[in-house]
Structure formats: C-alpha cells, structure tokens
Design a binder for this molecule. Structure first.
Ligand code: NAD
Length: 285
C-alpha cells in the first residue's frame, strides 16, 4: 500500500476504509472483509457510534495492531480541556486499544482551543500518535496554531473532483503547514451519480480500462490526498484498491482540475443543530 509520511515520521496509508453511516453490524460484517482485501487504514469517529464494532472487527481480523492505521475523532462536546483527556480514554476503551494512530477534532465548534492542549498531552502520553483537525476553516486553524506546540499534522476536509481544495491547501502551506497531510471526505461524491457519471471519467476509464470510481481515486492519489471511500460491497472494496497500476497524465489531471468547483456541504460558521444535539455518543455499546 502506498503511504505518505506524517510530521511524526510515521507512514499513513493513502487509501483506506471509512465507516461513516455504517451500523455496528455492518462494520462487523464488512471491516474484516476490507482488512482481508488489503485495507490497512480505518477511519471512524465517536459520532459514527461504531467504535466498539471497529475494535472488535480489528481484533478478530488477526492482523497485528501495529500493521493497521486507525483514526477516530472527537465531537465538540469533548473538546474542553477538562473533558478532552477523559473522552480520549473513553474512545480508546471503546476501541479496546492502547493508542490510535490519529485523533481528529471532528467539527470546528466548541472549546477546541483549550482542548488542543489535552490532545498534545495525549500524544506525549503515547495514547495518540498524531493529531489533526476536520472541517476547520482557515481562521479556526489559525486559532489552533496560536496555541499549538504540536501543529495539526492532518487536515480532513471535503475533497473530490468538484471541490479540489487547492486554495485551502495553498493557504495552509503559506502558514507553515506545508508538510500537513490532507484527507478527503466524500472522495467519490458520497454516492452522487452525477460525479461518477462525469463523461470525462468514462472517457479516461475507457483509455485505462478502469471504472469512473477508479479514475477518481487515482486522481486523489496523484493530488496527494489520503482517502477512505465507504462501501458495503465486496466488489467495490476490491475495485477501489485496484488503482496502483496506472497513472493519469499531467494534462488529464489538469482536465479533472478544470471541472467546475462547488462543495457538496458548506461547513457553517456556527454549530448546526445536529452537532449540538449529538451529545449522547458516550452511551454507545
Ligand atoms: P464516499 O465519497 O466514500 O461515497 C460513498 C458512496 O460511494 C457509497 O454510496 C458507496 O456505495 C459508493 N461507492 C463506493 N465505492 C464505489 C465504487 N467503486 N463504484 C461506485 N460507487 C461506489 O462518501 P462517504 O462515505 O461519505 O465518505 C467516505 C469517508 O469519509 C467516511 O466513511 C468517513 O470515514 C469520512 N467522512 C468524514 C467526514 C467528516 O466530517 N470528517 C464527513 C463525511 C465522511
């Protein structure tokens, strides 16, 4: 598996498996299949309510913990310095793991500034190997950079051919985060038939004998993105991993990057209702 290198010197597999929207039952059915297919990177979150199942499926896979890269994310209710370290422990307990490879602040609301210190303490305690931010606009990344002794090494945001985040990436490089790794959510458009139906992907797919999804995933890899498409299908699990034997030419990358840009989801400045209401994740079994 092709990897990028995090600021801590550790590799992060560029193609992984995301378990957003999956029930615990689906995780227990699909994640072992994904690991058996060759996936070594798993992206979950407190708010997905499936950390227990992720931990169980990993243990039962028989693959050594150190051969996997596991990410989870805290929701804003956990961010305050007083709350953060105990909620990191709770996450590790649900996963039944001594550490996670990456812990993210999932949403840019609440007391993320005070919580960042607890995230850094978790790195120093060996509970978390790398820390980062998800869905943080530039001005909120700046607030973290003002207090950080360990800078965010991963930024997870929406990235796909309709929202390539070139401006966001350039702005963060200008802030001294040029070594940061960008992870893209909705990498295949979250099931939008319009994205995978783009005539350009069919055309490139014909040339390389690949599906539109494989063309899009190849574009991500060559953009330097880390992605973890979700699927419950064994066929798609295999298909999504079969993208390392061809390369898009520079002019083809440019054509993808010339597609009209618009995000699927605009992250609101203030916490939307679902974030405020989503405070019962600690009860998950
Ligand atoms: P996605 O772009 O991965 O799309 C998933 C959809 O694509 C599913 O409907 C699936 O059936 C379909 N699909 C998968 N492989 C396919 C293939 N080869 N051909 C055709 N269709 C295929 O969107 P997602 O699932 O929302 O995002 C992926 C991951 O990103 C999530 O599991 C999660 O880990 C992460 N994520 C994070 C955030 C965040 O706020 N940080 C938000 C959304 C998602």
């Amino acid at each position: 598996m092709q990897s990028l290198t995090l600021a801590n010197g550790r590799p992060i597999p560029q193609l992984g498996y995301g378990v957003y929207t999956m029930t615990s039952g689906e995780v227990e059915r699909c994640l072992p299949e994904a690991i058996a297919t060759g996936y070594t990177h798993i992206d979950t979150a407190n708010a997905y309510f499936n950390e227990v199942a992720v931990g169980r499926a990993i243990r039962e896979s028989g693959v050594r913990r150190e051969d996997l890269f596991v990410t989870t994310k805290l929701f804003p209710q956990s961010y305050s310095y007083e709350q953060c370290s105990s909620d990191i422990d709770a996450s590790l307990e649900r996963l039944d793991m001594d550490y996670v490879d990456l812990m993210l602040f999932h949403q840019p609301y609440g007391d993320y500034v005070s919580g960042w210190r607890a995230m850094e303490e978790a790195v120093r305690a060996g509970k978390v190997r790398a820390i980062g931010l998800s869905n943080f606009p530039l001005h909120k990344v700046d607030q973290i950079l003002e207090v950080a002794t360990i800078k965010p090494s991963v930024l997870q945001v929406e990235i796909n051919p309709y929202w390539n985040q070139h401006e966001y990436k350039a702005a963060l490089a200008a802030r001294g985060l040029e070594g940061a790794v960008f992870e893209g959510w909705y990498p295949l458009g979250h099931g939008d038939k319009g994205l995978l139906g783009e005539p350009l992907f069919a055309k490139l797919g014909e040339k390389y004998r690949k599906t539109p999804a494989q063309i899009v995933l190849r574009w991500h890899l060559q953009e330097g993105n880390v992605v973890f498409p979700t699927t419950r299908s064994v066929e798609h699990l295999r298909e999504n991993l079969d993208v390392f034997d061809f390369e898009l030419a520079p002019n083809e990358m440019a054509r993808v990057n010339a597609l009209p840009q618009r995000p699927y989801y605009v992250v609101p400045e203030d916490a939307p209702g679902f974030v405020l209401a989503h405070n019962d994740y600690r009860k998950q079994a």
